[in-house]
Design a protein around this ligand. Structure first.
Ligand SMILES: Nc1ncnc2c1ncn2[C@@H]1O[C@H](COP(=O)(O)OP(=O)(O)OP(=O)(O)O)[C@@H](O)[C@H]1O
Ligand SMILES: O=P(O)(O)OC[C@H]1O[C@H](OP(=O)(O)OP(=O)(O)O)[C@H](O)[C@@H]1O
Ligand SMILES: [Mg+2]
Length: 293
């Protein structure tokens, strides 16, 4: 990621210009130390401190740009990557843009099970994934491809059912629809071109991934500090699923010690109750900027 002697070696990364993935992707890139100017008004932005340039495009175009080697890497939903069928390598799954692609139909309508889709009309922006799913289950249905506001199609009598993205389920509910079959679980993915890359680019990708992994690991972890009775240390060591053994330091009160460690955030609240039972007090939780393992 540092500037290289060969000034032509620069990674080109495709990201969504404006949409649900944009802010989170920009936040992630800034979080791993990339600095760039106003990305909102430009289609191509050069990073000031790394050999990276960002290409800001519609998400539908990202998999093919990466497949063709126009971009080396891309951040895109698994839903879009799978729909395009692009020949790319998935490097990482990321925990944003989490949603699912589902078949849905009117809440109290004629379609209640998968078999009921036989002979019906389904509106979708994902004709390939929908057709693949129907074929797999030997269901013959007619697809109507529309690019947005899919949930309104049954009310307009354009279709009997839909296949669209669902997250909270609010949009389905607002349109009197119920989710019947999940056909794909999706999240944002970092994809890489399968085209041969120069050694310089390979090195840059390696460095990019180390930063991403450290950032992700840090985001999922917290540094915790507490005071505890010396006699509880063996129990505390068992409770804390730390990456390394916790740091235990003496305090002025010889019966007490300070314990510092790193734990995954999703285990923290469970662990905290148990720590308090062991006599831990003054528990402080701090965010971590980055973690190199
Ligand atoms: N409700 C949701 N919750 C979480 N993630 C979602 C949701 N809806 C979509 N996504 C994810 O975010 C991606 C981008 O969604 P968005 O609605 O911004 O796409 P778009 O309108 O097709 O944008 P573009 O103009 O770039 O083509 C989707 O492909 C999907 O991976
Ligand atoms: O289950 P929910 O939480 O209601 O989310 C689902 C909705 O989110 C997406 O649309 P988005 O809001 O991105 O608008 P768009 O149709 O303009 O892409 C998707 O196409 C659904 O319509
Ligand atoms: Mg799109």
């Amino acid at each position: 990621m540092e500037r290289t002697a060969d000034s032509k070696t620069s990674l080109r990364i495709a990201i969504q210009k404006s949409g649900r993935l944009t802010d989170k992707t920009i936040e992630l890139l800034k979080g791993i130390g990339l600095r760039f100017d106003d990305y909102k008004r430009n289609l191509m932005v050069k990073c000031r401190n790394f050999d990276v340039e960002l290409l800001l495009i519609r998400d539908d175009d990202i998999p093919e740009y990466v497949q063709d080697g126009v971009c080396d890497l891309g951040f895109v939903g698994a839903n879009v990557r799978a729909e395009t069928g692009a020949d790319v390598r998935v490097l990482r799954g990321l925990d944003y843009g989490v949603c699912r692609l589902s078949l849905a139909a009117r809440k109290d309508g004629a379609i209640q099970t998968l078999e009921d889709f036989e002979g019906k009309t389904i509106a979708t922006s994902y004709p390939n994934l929908t057709q693949q799913f129907l074929d797999k289950h030997n269901i013959g249905a007619n697809l109507v491809t529309i690019s947005g506001a899919v949930e309104i199609a049954p009310r307009l009598e354009v279709a009997d059912a839909i296949c669209d993205l669902v997250s909270t389920g609010n949009t389905l509910k607002a349109n009197g629809l119920q989710e019947l079959e999940v056909i794909l679980e999706s999240e944002t993915q970092l994809i890489q071109t399968n085209k041969e890359l120069s050694p310089g680019k390979k090195k840059l990708i390696e460095k990019f991934l180390i930063r991403m992994d450290s950032h992700q690991q840090a985001e999922r972890s917290r540094y915790i500090m507490m005071n505890a009775p010396k006699s509880s240390v063996p129990e505390i060591k068992e409770i804390i699923p730390s990456l390394n053994s916790p740091t235990v330091m003496p305090l002025a009160d010889e019966e007490m010690v300070a314990v510092h460690t790193v734990i995954p955030i999703d285990q923290f609240w469970v662990v905290m109750e148990r720590l308090k039972k062991e006599g831990a007090t003054g528990i402080v939780i701090l965010p971590i900027e980055s973690m190199i393992l």
